[in-house]
Write a protein that binds this ligand. Structure first.
Ligand code: ZN
Length: 580
């Protein structure tokens, strides 16, 4: 008698091997049989006509706060994610000195657009050291596994206090390295840093943004001494020769993987190819450089309640919606009232006669790149044809782009979202993304689950790999099912040394997704106000996950949580094998 048997499913086991119809038996937390299962199961699931894949391992999330208060870890858990890695991009909540908590909240709010009020109310700060933070995470039952990385900004603030944004002394660097080593010894999965001018808070750039290579190499040595840990980075210079020189050195010193965000960018649309070639050459030389790529363009979602849209700084809009735009529904008019006011011809005329009132050039550009703003629609289309942009439609109709954008924002009773791809959409399609996804040196990531609550919702990207890349794409080649599954399971798990998961095989953890691929469907993202203190966030629902299993327990069935909370903290260790 087995604990759980899934019968006659189309098993795609995560290795990249071809699909095979068969049974899978689970006993305790592990898969015990794959192929033909004779014995009965205490619980049996009929997999006939369904896809059975390993649980998704999402290595790029920002649930650092949410994981301490929310056992359901939505929206990632809705999308079959069974392991998340948090603490990316240099921001997080440990270590922290008593009294310095608000600084870390303000960083997270500024950089990752998670409402500070929600973080302040939700987090109970049972820790000071990173090890204590891990203990707090370990003490919270939840639906999926979490792994945490040490964020550079928190380490800098802990060591340097008010000087966190300044240049670090040799002593500061030594202290940061030893804190990092201690955190890794306690089970941290890696160390992360931000080197982009796009990541800002009210305090300016993220501490560590311009840290010289010496500082990061000292951290690399700490990772080397600890014997495990990924170095993750988001950088404006990603893959350029100047940066590559010390990043290769860094990877060598850590003895493990350095992963950095890679996308196709407008100013140099083929630079990503150089970066891919470099990564491949490093790999051949035994150096772990792993460009992290996403399965769709990182796209801002402009809606009337988003934190950015083309009219958000217009005086008339500010007057109607409240200024600044409220992050909670209590702070402004209802959406219905807002839509009604914007439907008034006089209000509309006044709004359209105005210009954006902001000196922020980046925001100004993002709000008015009309040839890069599309209807997202429902079902959402993340690969829209260039001739459907605001600019293209406005030109065909002989109208101003602003009029078209405003009409689109008012669709679906004001719930509509416009899709404004930021990167990897230079050619107006997903071909560059396909090239990056299919490259053997990359890893799929950048979902930013739990973050960018007012503007981006990419936690659904694991689902998108199946719906778009395997099944629906019609503007270019698709991906084979077994590759798409491999990318989000064995590949992501492997980069982080989570060798106990990511593959369906006897002895592996029973983290599984039973999916009706034919009916798998992403809904349009929606704005909800369910964070602590009524905080705002974009979420995206999905149909088609028949069951998700974590450590042998069914956590979700047909989209509903079962109440089981088998998820735990993954502590990484020198063997590369995570321990409980
Ligand atoms: Zn991030």
């Amino acid at each position: 008698m087995h604990d759980l048997v899934i019968r006659q499913a189309t098993v795609v086991d995560g290795t990249g091997g071809a699909p095979a119809v068969g049974d899978v038996a689970v006993d305790g937390e592990r898969v015990t049989v794959v192929g033909e299962v004779d014995g009965r199961g205490r619980r049996e699931l009929d997999g006939d006509g369904l896809l059975l894949a390993p649980g998704w391992v999402d290595i790029h999330t920002h649930y650092d706060g949410q994981a301490t208060w929310d056992p359901e870890m939505t929206p990632s858990s809705w999308h079959g994610v069974t392991t998340v890695v948090m603490g990316n991009c240099g921001v997080g909540f440990a270590p922290v000195r008593p009294g310095a908590e608000s600084f870390l909240i303000e960083l997270m709010e500024g950089v990752e657009d998670i409402p500070g009020t929600a973080l302040a109310e939700g987090i109970d700060w049972r820790w000071e050291s990173f090890a204590q933070y891990l203990d707090a995470l370990a003490a919270t039952p939840r639906v999926l596994d979490v792994a945490a990385q040490v964020p550079h900004a928190a380490v800098r603030a802990y060591v340097m206090g008010d000087r966190a944004h300044d240049e670090a002394s040799a002593d500061d660097i030594a202290a940061m390295a030893s804190l990092t080593e201690a955190a890794l010894a306690a089970g941290a999965a890696g160390f992360t840093t931000s080197r982009t001018i796009l990541h800002r808070s009210r305090h300016g750039l993220v501490p560590g943004t311009s840290a010289p290579p010496e500082e990061l190499l000292a951290i690399g040595d700490a990772i080397g001494r600890a014997g495990h840990g990924v170095f993750e980075m988001v950088s404006d210079q990603a893959g350029t020769p100047t940066e590559q020189a010390w990043v290769v050195e860094l990877a060598g010193r850590t003895g493990g993987n350095v992963t950095y965000a890679l996308a196709q960018v407008g100013p140099d649309p083929t630079a990503y190819r150089t970066a891919l070639a470099e990564a491949a050459a490093c790999r051949r030389a035994g150096v772990g450089i792993v460009p992290q790529v996403s399965s769709r363009p990182t796209g801002m979602l402009f809606g009337l309640r988003s934190s950015l849209h083309p009219f958000i700084t217009h005086p008339t809009f500010r007057e109607l919606a409240g200024r600044p735009a409220p992050a909670t529904p209590a702070g402004g008019p209802s959406l219905g009232a807002l839509v009604a006011r914007l439907g008034d011809p006089q209000v509309r005329a006044r709004l359209l006669a105005e210009e954006p009132a902001t000196a922020n050039r980046v925001a100004l550009t993002l709000m008015s790149r009309w040839d890069r703003i599309f209807r997202l629609g429902d079902p959402p289309d993340y690969e829209p044809s260039p001739d459907t942009s605001v600019a293209a439609v406005a030109a065909r109709q002989g109208r101003r782009p602003e009029e078209v954008a405003l009409d689109w924002l008012l669709e679906r009773q004001g719930e509509a979202l416009l899709f404004a791809p930021l990167a990897s959409y230079v050619d107006g399609d997903h071909e560059a993304i396909r090239e990056m996804l299919c490259h053997p040196s990359t890893v799929v990531g950048l979902s930013d689950g739990g973050a960018h609550c007012g503007l981006i919702c990419d936690a659904s990207m694991p689902t998108y790999l199946l719906t778009h890349w395997v099944r629906d794409r019609d503007r270019g080649q698709r991906l084979p099912l077994e590759l798409a599954v491999h990318l989000q399971t064995a590949r992501t798990a492997g980069v982080y040394g989570f060798h106990d998961r990511g593959v369906i095989a006897p002895g592996k953890r029973a983290d599984l997704n039973l999916i009706d691929l034919d009916s798998l469907r992403l809904h349009a993202p929606e704005m909800v106000f369910d964070l602590p203190a009524g905080g705002r966030r974009l979420v995206q629902r999905v149909d088609g996950y028949r069951a998700t299993v974590v450590a042998g327990q069914v956590t979700f069935e047909d989209g509903q949580p079962t109440g089981a909370r088998p998820g735990r903290l993954v502590r990484s260790g020198p063997s590369g094998r995570p321990t409980g």
